[in-house]
Design a protein around this ligand. Structure first.
Ligand code: PNS
Length: 164
């Protein structure tokens, strides 16, 4: 039988509870979910690609059909090379829609890869990684916004800034 494999792509700098909610829900619907960290522009982030992957692996370790990978270049090329049938994205608000629709339509045009949208849990509709980084940088509490291991990594990074 053909395995139905989907990707959850993103920058994940760092993974938030909103991402994790989408990943968990996707894992209930599909045979295999590969969370893929885009490495094209990762040099300018807070965490290196390897650090993002390690955090994702830790927080998804209880999900047997979820794995973590990276990609460079076009996402559709990764999908073609890895037998991925669809891209799964979360939509937080109407403001996400225009950007995501354009990307979905272009990815379909490029390689006939489908994009499946899941509406974000309203608990997390305001949540994005850049906001988490900002709040943590200025000493705010992010414990309800990211998984505990990610909060610990943020604290450590801000106490001793690294190369990422
Ligand atoms: O978490 P983000 O920053 O919204 O993730 C965006 C990402 C990495 C999924 C997106 O920028 C992407 O797919 N980049 C790969 C380059 C690509 O395929 N571009 C064409 C899209 S139509």
């Amino acid at each position: 039988m053909r395995v139905h494999r989907v990707v959850c792509p993103g920058s994940f700098d760092p993974v938030t509870n909103g991402h994790l909610d989408i990943i968990r829900r996707a894992a209930r619907l599909h045979d295999e979910v590969v969370v893929v960290v885009g490495a094209n522009r990762a040099k300018h982030g807070m965490f290196t690609v390897d650090e993002r992957v390690a955090m994702l692996e830790e927080v998804t370790s209880d999900l047997p059909n979820v794995s973590v990978g990276t990609f460079r270049g076009l996402l559709v090329e990764y999908c073609r090379a890895h037998g991925v049938s669809a891209i799964v994205k979360g939509l937080r608000a109407v403001s996400d829609f225009e950007y995501e629709m354009e990307m979905a339509q272009m990815n379909y045009r490029l390689a006939e890869i489908e994009t499946l949208f899941m509406t974000a849990n309203p608990l997390y509709s305001f949540l994005r990684s850049s906001r988490v980084r900002e709040i943590a940088t200025y000493g705010g509490n992010v414990s309800s916004l990211v998984p505990a291991p990610v909060e610990a990594k943020l604290r450590a990074r801000l106490a001793a800034p690294g190369p990422g």
